[in-house]
Design a protein around this ligand. Structure first.
Ligand code: IMP
Length: 184
């Protein structure tokens, strides 16, 4: 799988009980312009298969701000690098609706079968950044039912409710189902 170490640890702890081992790969794919994370993930799986890779797991996430029609969404890493959290806060200046959600899509191509699952975490955009934990837009995202941002709660607590945590649980459940159904 691609991407950072924190994610790898999270995937490993969810998949180890299934006897599935996962390793990190530096292989990159070009991010296409698309409306949904699923399209980005399916394109990336195709590109990696085209490079001869087999048994691949990848994920892509984004922050979807409702008053901005879902922006930055699939462009979240680009938006973070360019306008940053302050840019998002400025775009929301004077807007009543500060609701948003994070979404994570996981795609896999395993033993010739391809599938995707997703996870979502709803919340609101804070008035100002707060907290030191986590990464990305964590300091401005307050998950529903909380009064603290993702950057003010522990990683374990975040993993329990986050879009990625939920997508990883859905992924583990999907794999468990496929293992149980496989002919012996
Ligand atoms: P990735 O696909 O997980 O690398 O995420 C793409 C971009 O979405 C990141 O660069 C962040 O800007 C944002 N993002 C995704 N997940 C999170 C999260 O859990 N917290 C904060 N920002 C996130």
């Amino acid at each position: 799988m691609t991407s950072n170490r924190g994610k790898l640890a999270e995937f490993r702890s969810a998949l180890a009980p299934l006897g599935i081992e996962i390793t990190h790969s530096e292989e990159e794919c070009d991010e296409i312009q698309a409306d949904s994370l699923r399209e980005v993930v399916l394109s990336c799986l195709d590109q990696l298969k085209g490079k001869g890779m087999r048994d691949i797991v990848i994920d892509d996430s984004g922050l979807f701000v409702h008053a901005l029609n879902g922006f930055p969404g699939v462009y979240s890493s680009y938006a973070l690098r360019t306008i940053g959290m302050d840019g998002i806060l400025r775009l929301l200046d004077g807007k009543q609706d500060r609701s948003a959600h994070f979404e994570c899509c996981i795609g896999a191509s395993i033993g010739g079968e391809e599938f995707t699952v997703s996870g979502r975490c709803d919340g609101t955009i804070a008035l100002a950044p707060s907290g030191e934990e986590g990464f990305g837009f964590d300091p401005i995202f307050v998950p529903s039912g909380y009064y603290r941002t993702f950057a003010e709660i522990s990683i374990t607590e975040k993993n329990g409710i986050s879009h990625r945590g939920r997508a990883i649980q859905a992924f583990a459940a999907e794999l468990r189902g496929r293992i149980d159904e496989a002919p012996r």
